[in-house]
Design a protein around this ligand. Structure first.
Ligand code: PEP
Ligand code: MN
Length: 337
């Protein structure tokens, strides 16, 4: 329920209402705005009737939150959220570019990839240490050693880093080395993991599952916010359809649809979204043109020898070329790189 207070309502009025909402077993939220204070009440809204808010002298209006994703939706939070990953803001005027190899393979490979993507203008480094592979016989990542390598490279170059966590047990190991956790497409509805990252404050990039509806993605994000962590960035990375010409079908419309429903920033991963190196740059441009707040691109110093996702990885030259074209696309919609 959204409770809008009258302009003359005092902090004391708000506190009194918050106490009464809490006493009913609902979760109160205090949201001071420029002109009015808004109080949210989350939980079984039927019990709110007992407060008779409509007749309360400090209350201007009471309306239900229609969306099932109460904290992620725009009812309670109409303006766009800006989420910080280290010093990099996602969701503001500037487009964020997250780049790096699919997997951390060695100090030399990670170090070279990092220098290459940063020189080209990327602002956040990626590198997988725990790899969720379709086949149990495929390279599973370097694990803890991969985290150490990623963390050391990021620290040396002074850039924030993101890595995927597969399980709540990975958080403790990853925490000292990265500025942001990635929850991958396969774990979008790993509710224990969602709750675990929700209990901290570290930002989370939450990827859409290959078969997940947008509403399911938003409800998965709601799990994180409901635990208290507001720092979530949503990522469209392609969904499975009948077509086999690309690895996944990148749903560019999802960017617009998510933004219509949620205040959270949205980024796009055209690498997993297409699975085809030659398609990555056009879809990265399409994502920005559609209003995405950033892109995540896989880049490898030598894609032919990559231990995972070489076919969709750009080399340094291809990434530089892509970066040169993203600025004008961003400028065309009033943003910058
Ligand atoms: C990845 O980013 O390396 C990855 C495994 O992505 P996704 O979860 O989207 O498949
Ligand atoms: Mn990958």
């Amino acid at each position: 329920m959204i409770i809008v207070l009258k302009p003359q309502a005092t902090r004391h009025d708000a506190d009194e209402l918050i106490d009464r909402i809490g006493a009913l077993g609902l979760k109160p939220l205090y949201m001071p705005g420029v002109e009015r204070v808004v109080i949210g009440a989350l939980g079984d809204e039927r019990v709110l009737e007992r407060l008779q808010l409509a007749g309360h002298p400090a209350v201007e209006s009471v309306k239900p939150i229609l969306a099932p994703y109460k904290l992620v939706g725009r009812d309670l939070h109409p303006s766009d959220s800006v989420i910080s990953i280290g010093p990099v803001e996602i969701g503001g005027e500037r487009i964020a570019v997250i780049a790096g190899p699919c997997a951390v393979e060695s100090p030399a490979q990670m170090g070279l990839a990092a220098v290459q993507v940063l020189e080209a203008g990327a602002t956040i480094l990626r590198g997988g240490a725990f790899k969720p592979r379709t086949s149990p016989y495929a390279f599973q990542g370097l694990g803890a050693a991969g985290l150490e390598i990623l963390g050391a490279v990021a620290k040396q170059l002074g850039v924030p880093a993101v890595t995927e966590v597969l399980d709540a047990a990975d958080l403790e190991a990853a925490d000292p080395h990265v500025d942001c956790y990635q929850i991958g497409a396969r774990n979008m509805q790993n509710f224990r993991l969602l709750k675990a990252v929700g209990q901290g404050r570290k930002p989370v990039i939450l990827k859409r599952g290959p078969s997940a509806r947008i509403e399911e993605l938003l409800l998965a994000a709601e799990y994180i916010l409901a635990e208290g962590n507001p720092n979530v960035v949503l990522c469209e990375r392609g969904i499975q359809t009948f077509d086999q010409v690309t690895r996944n079908v990148l749903d560019v419309a999802a960017v617009v649809a998510i933004k219509a429903r949620s205040h959270l920033p949205v980024i796009v991963d055209p690498s997993h979204g297409t699975g085809v190196r030659a398609y990555v740059a056009p879809l990265a441009r399409a994502a920005i043109a559609a209003g995405a707040d950033g892109v995540m691109v896989e880049v490898h110093p030598d894609p032919a020898t990559a231990l995972s996702d070489g076919a969709q990885s750009l080399d340094a030259h291809q990434f530089r070329q892509l970066m040169r074209t993203l600025g004008p696309v961003a400028a065309a919609i009033g943003r910058s790189l």
